[in-house]
Design a protein around this ligand. Structure first.
Ligand code: DAH
Length: 344
C-alpha cells in the first residue's frame, strides 16, 4: 500500500506540473482527491488493514494528500504569473511617460477660496467656529424667541446630549450667524470677520441639501452705517459676479438685525431687464442688516458706543447664480459622481 501511495503522489505531481490552465488543474484535483479519486479510494481502504501498520500508512496517506494539494496551489500561481507576464509589455525606456490623472479641488471649495480672497482684500479675516453648537449661539443670543419655528426639530438637527445649563440644547449649526456671537463675545473690537462654515437643516430636494455652506460677514465699530453695508455688498457683487451686475437692498425681517434687508442682484442672463429665469430682473441673494442692539448687549458690547452690520449668504446659492453654472439638482454636488465633479 505504501508503494501504491508513492506512485499516486508521483503521478499526480507530474500531471500537475504539466497542467496549462486552471481547468486542467481542477480536473487533476478531482482525479486524485475527488469523492472517488485515486487517493480517496486508498484512504477508504485504511480501516481494513492490519492495525499495527494502519497508523504509519495513515500518516503517509496524509503527507501524499498535502503534497498534491500544495503542488496544485503552486501550479495555480505559476499559471497566473505566466498569464500576467504575457500581458506586460517589455519596458521601452525611451517611451514617453504616462501622465497620472490629477484631481482638483471640489467646486464648493473653489468657491469658498474665491469668496475668502474677495473679502480679505477689504479686510475681512476668515474665522472658524464650532459646527456643533449650543442653542444660545445660533438662536438665543440672536433674539430668536423660545418657540421660534427654526428651533423646531423639523428644521434643526439636535444632538442627543444633555443640554448645557446656561446655553441650552446641543445642535448642528443651521446657519453661520452663531459666528457673530462667538466673535463678539471675545471682546476684541473693532471686528471685521468672515465666517464660512457648513450648515445643517432637515431638507433635501433639487434645490436643498441637508448639509450646505454659508458665509457670514460681521463688522462692528464706532459709527458704521447702512451705506458701509451697501458698499461691501456692491463690492462683493461686482467682484464675484462681474462689473455689469447690480445689487439692491429691500426691507425685510430678521431677529438679529434692525433694520434688516434682503439683498438682490441683477440676473446674469438678462442683466436686470427681466427674463424667463428671473421674471423681474432680480435674483435673491440672502439676508443682511444692522446688528440689533440687544444682540450687542448679549455679547457685552455697549450699543451706545458701538454698532455693526452683518450679512449671511449661501455658498451654493451664489455659485448657482454666477453666470454659466446651472445645476438641475443641487444634491449632485455632494454625490461624489466623478463625471459631474470633473467638469469644474
Ligand atoms: N442667518 C440668516 C439665514 O440663514 C441669514 C442672515 C440674515 C445673516 C441677516 C445675517 C443677517 O448676518 O444680517 O437665513
Amino acid at each position: 500500500m505504501e508503494n501504491e501511495l508513492i506512485n499516486i503522489k508521483n503521478n499526480a505531481v507530474s500531471l500537475i506540473l504539466d497542467a496549462k490552465d486552471p481547468d486542467e488543474l481542477e480536473h487533476i484535483k478531482l482525479q486524485f482527491l475527488g469523492k472517488s479519486g485515486q487517493l480517496t479510494l486508498v484512504i477508504k481502504r485504511l480501516p481494513k488493514i492490519n492495525p499495527e501498520k494502519r497508523r504509519e500508512v495513515g500518516i503517509l496517506a496524509n503527507e501524499v494528500k498535502e503534497s498534491i494539494e500544495s503542488a496544485i496551489i503552486e501550479q495555480e500561481v505559476r499559471i497566473k504569473n505566466q498569464e500576467l507576464g504575457k500581458r506586460i509589455k517589455k519596458i521601452d525606456v525611451t517611451d514617453p511617460g504616462i501622465r497620472p490623472p490629477l484631481g482638483h479641488l471640489h467646486l464648493i471649495t473653489q468657491a469658498i477660496w474665491e469668496i475668502t480672497s474677495i473679502f480679505e482684500k477689504i479686510g475681512f479675516g476668515r474665522v472658524r467656529y464650532p459646527e456643533v453648537e449650543w442653542d444660545w449661539y445660533p438662536f438665543g443670543a440672536l433674539n430668536f424667541s423660545e418657540n421660534h419655528p427654526a428651533r423646531d426639530d423639523w428644521e434643526t438637527f439636535f444632538i442627543d446630549a444633555p443640554p448645557h445649563p446656561k446655553y441650552g440644547p446641543m445642535l448642528l449649526t443651521p446657519h453661520t450667524s452663531n459666528g457673530q456671537i462667538r466673535e463678539m463675545e471675545k471682546g476684541k473690537l473693532p471686528i471685521k470677520m468672515l465666517n464660512i462654515a457648513r450648515c445643517y437643516r432637515r431638507q433635501s430636494d433639487v434645490s436643498h441639501t441637508p448639509m450646505f455652506h454659508q458665509f457670514e460677514g460681521l463688522a462692528v465699530n464706532t459709527s458704521l452705517s447702512i451705506s458701509n453695508l451697501k458698499g461691501v455688498l456692491e463690492y462683493f457683487v461686482k467682484t464675484y459676479f462681474g462689473e455689469e451686475r447690480k445689487s439692491r437692498i429691500r426691507p425685510y425681517h430678521f431677529e438679529f438685525t434692525e433694520p434688516s434687508f434682503e439683498v438682490d442682484v441683477t440676473c446674469g442672463v438678462c442683466l436686470g431687464r427681466g427674463c424667463k429665469l428671473c421674471k423681474e430682473g432680480w435674483l435673491e441673494l440672502g439676508g443682511a442688516g444692522m446688528v440689533h442692539p440687544q444682540v450687542l448687549r448679549n455679547c457685552k458690547i455697549d450699543p451706545e458706543k458701538h454698532n455693526g452690520f452683518a450679512f449671511g449668504w449661501g455658498v451654493e446659492r451664489v455659485l448657482m447664480m454666477k453666470e454659466g453654472i446651472e445645476i438641475d439638482d443641487l444634491r449632485l454636488l455632494y454625490s461624489n459622481k466623478l463625471e459631474f465633479l470633473e467638469q469644474f
